[in-house]
Every structure is written in structure tokens, then in C-alpha cells.
Design a protein around this ligand. Structure first.
Ligand code: NAG
Ligand code: NAG
Ligand code: CU
Length: 176
């Protein structure tokens, strides 16, 4: 009994040291991206556009420096797709960076793929977008990377932050 107690206490202390004391631990985040058509109205005109989770722009990733995100992409659209993490270095792990036929095969309609996104030194607001042809016009969203927990912003901490995503002509044309 005492032995079990001792082992238990020892484990507890080890856990405390591993997870409690280290100030800037990296976190893992899981996101689900369901690529599918959804109807969208802009300037009185309604169209079916390709979206992630029915949203346009798509969902925002909120991460910290050092974190890893697993984005589970489910392609419920009609065409092949991959998602590219624009501006993320993906050191020694290009295998889910997005460019189709370069570092990964496209995700076919009806298939799923887990894209691993590794945040190392990036900080600030970047974006993700589909990397296949026209699909990037509507399949995109923001990646917001905060400093490590306990670190300061490299500028005065903002009172509020509002992501603004600007589309291109191509994007606007394909919506209208
Ligand atoms: C997140 O996704 C990874 C990769 O598929 C998996 O190993 C892990 O169990 C998932 N975590 C949660 C909490 O779902
Ligand atoms: C779609 O993806 C599959 C496998 O990833 C590939 O074999 C096929 O050539 C792709 N189709 C097009 C039109 O790119
Ligand atoms: Cu890009």
C-alpha cells in the first residue's frame, strides 16, 4: 500500500514538474475543416460557394508560438483540394504544407487528411488558403499567432484586435 502511495506521489510530482512549472509550454490544437458548398449572399446576390464549415471567410486559427495544430480536413466538395498555411515555415515537415503534387497529394472529394501545422518563430497574423486553382478565392481565413504564454508582444499590447481579410478581384468576381 505504501509503495503504491509513494509511486502515486512520485508520479504526481513529476506531472507537476512537467506541466505545472514550465512557463511557456507548447500546446496542441485540433481543428475540423469541412470543405463544402454553402449558399452565400452578398450585395443582394446569392450563390453557392466553396467554404470551410459553411463560413466565408473561413474559421480563424488562434495559436501561440511553439504550438502545433492538427487540421482535420474533410473534403465534401466536388474537386480535389489542399490547404496551404501561408507564411508558416513548417521546418522539417513540409508534408502537409499544401502545394498539391509538390509535398502532398490533393485530398479527393469524399476523403479526409490531417494537415499538421507547426508554429515555430512566427508571430502575428498570417492566413491559410486553398492551394488548388480557383478554390482559394473563397476558401481562406486568418491564422492569429500570439506570443508564447508569459512573453510580451513585440509592441504595446493592443486594446482590441479585429482581423480584416481582403479578397482579390478574382475572389469578388467569383462571389458576385
Ligand atoms: C488531435 O489530432 C491528433 C492527430 O490526429 C490526434 O493524435 C489527437 O488524439 C487529437 N487530439 C484530440 C484531443 O482530439
Ligand atoms: C486528384 O487527386 C488525386 C490523388 O490525390 C490525383 O491522382 C488526381 O490526379 C487529382 N485530380 C486532378 C484533376 O488533379
Ligand atoms: Cu499563400
Amino acid at each position: 500500500m505504501w509503495l503504491i502511495m509513494k509511486v502515486f506521489v512520485f508520479h504526481f510530482v513529476v506531472l507537476l514538474i512537467l506541466f505545472g512549472v514550465s512557463p511557456s509550454q507548447a500546446a496542441t490544437h485540433n481543428y475540423s475543416f469541412v470543405v463544402k458548398e454553402a449558399s452565400y449572399t452578398r450585395l443582394c446576390s446569392t450563390k453557392d460557394i466553396l467554404t470551410v464549415n459553411g463560413l466565408f471567410p473561413g474559421p480563424t486559427l488562434h495559436l501561440r508560438q511553439g504550438d502545433t495544430a492538427f487540421v482535420h480536413v474533410h473534403n465534401k466538395g466536388k474537386e480535389n483540394i489542399t490547404i496551404h498555411w501561408h507564411g508558416i515555415l513548417q521546418p522539417r515537415y513540409p508534408w502537409s504544407d499544401g502545394p498539391e503534387f509538390i509535398t502532398q497529394c490533393p485530398i479527393m472529394p469524399g476523403n479526409s487528411f490531417i494537415q499538421k501545422v507547426i508554429i515555430t518563430e512566427e508571430i502575428g497574423t498570417l492566413w491559410w488558403h486553398a492551394h488548388s486553382d480557383w478554390s482559394r478565392a473563397t476558401v481562406h481565413g486568418a491564422i492569429i499567432i500570439y506570443p508564447k504564454r508569459g512573453d510580451r508582444y513585440p509592441f504595446p499590447k493592443p486594446d482590441a484586435e479585429i482581423p480584416i481579410i481582403l479578397g482579390t478581384n478574382k475572389g469578388i468576381n467569383s462571389i458576385l
